[in-house]
Design a binder for this molecule. Structure first.
Ligand SMILES: C[C@@]1(CC(=O)O)c2cc3[nH]c(cc4nc(cc5[nH]c(cc(n2)[C@H]1CCC(=O)O)[C@@](C)(CC(=O)O)[C@@H]5CCC(=O)O)C(CC(=O)O)=C4CCC(=O)O)c(CCC(=O)O)c3CC(=O)O
Ligand SMILES: NC(=O)C1=CN([C@@H]2O[C@H](COP(=O)(O)OP(=O)(O)OC[C@H]3O[C@@H](n4cnc5c(N)ncnc54)[C@H](O)[C@@H]3O)[C@@H](O)[C@H]2O)C=CC1
Length: 203
């Protein structure tokens, strides 16, 4: 396993098969800013997913050209062809049929603003990945999201005002510690922002 976070903005992602699984993968890729091309002979129009293009056709290899990633979400036979064609073209393919067929799998994800939790089981149990994600999600709520935003903002200030890398590291590590989250919950963002700036200026 080698988890990465991909920047798909402006990239083309091809989704072959637009059933329940294909719809989920297409929505995820579109939400990440990809230009999504759906290939499915049974689908002629899609509403509610901006930036999605449809090719109401049977799968054919030429449809992969220009793709950064491909999701094979049709029948097992079609998916096997998509994986083989992707390999030939050097394009990464996710196979919905079998965890070991494709080049990558998707984790269960929870996002709290810029914080991303991704849970994977190496294909052992997608349902468990989903449950672990759901169990953790409550802890990473709107206040946590606000903390991440604040850390991003204050980190920018630290880079501008503190030139010593060692002191920068101490400050940034300190702001990322749990007592600041507790303070954010009890005192609110304005007070905590002011307190952090005070620490940057003072110590
Ligand atoms: C290998 C992988 C490849 C991939 O698709 O990337 C894969 C493969 C398969 N999934 C199957 C079934 C189910 N998948 C889900 C749900 C999710 N599946 C996802 C990922 C992955 N699924 C990758 C591994 C991730 C890992 O565990 O490391 C999630 C996490 C992310 C996502 O898809 O976006 C998403 C949660 C979305 C969310 O809630 O956010 C549910 C539960 C549900 O729907 O509630 C079920 C039914 C219960 C069960 O089977 O566990 C089957 C059997 C199909 C059949 O029965 O024929 C296969 C094929 C096989 O196992 O052979
Ligand atoms: N990864 C995952 O989370 C899961 C994977 N699966 C597997 O994923 C696959 C898809 O599952 P579902 O979405 O539930 O199936 P589905 O039957 O709802 O959708 C499959 C789609 O593929 C299309 N299709 C068929 N032949 C095609 C072709 N030649 N070219 C392009 N599109 C074609 C069909 O028109 C249909 O819309 C199955 O192989 C299933 O075993 C199933 C459940 C979960």
């Amino acid at each position: 396993m080698f988890p990465v976070t991909l920047d798909l903005a402006g990239r083309t992602v091809v989704v072959v098969g637009y059933g329940a699984v294909g719809r989920r993968k297409a929505a995820t890729a579109a939400a990440a800013g990809a230009h999504v091309v759906v290939v499915d002979p049974a689908v002629s129009s899609v509403t509610g997913v901006p930036g999605l293009a449809i090719r109401c056709e049977n799968y054919a290899p030429h449809q992969l050209s220009g793709a950064a990633l491909v999701f094979a979400c049709a029948t097992p036979e079609v998916n096997a062809r998509v994986v083989a064609d992707g390999r030939t073209r050097g394009i990464w393919v996710n196979s919905a049929t079998n965890p070991t067929d494709g080049d990558f799998t998707l984790p269960a994800v929870h996002a709290a603003g810029r914080l991303t939790l991704a849970v994977a089981t190496g294909g052992a149990s997608p349902a468990l990945a989903r449950r672990v994600r759901d169990q953790l999600a409550d802890q990473f709520d709107a206040t946590f999201e606000a903390w991440v935003e604040l850390l991003n903002e204050v980190r920018g200030q630290v880079f501008v005002t503190v030139s010593d890398p060692a002191r920068r590291r101490v400050l940034l590590d300190g702001f990322a510690d749990w007592p600041w989250l507790d303070r954010l919950r009890s005192e609110g963002a304005e007070a905590v922002r002011a307190a952090m700036i005070e620490v940057v200026r003072g110590g």
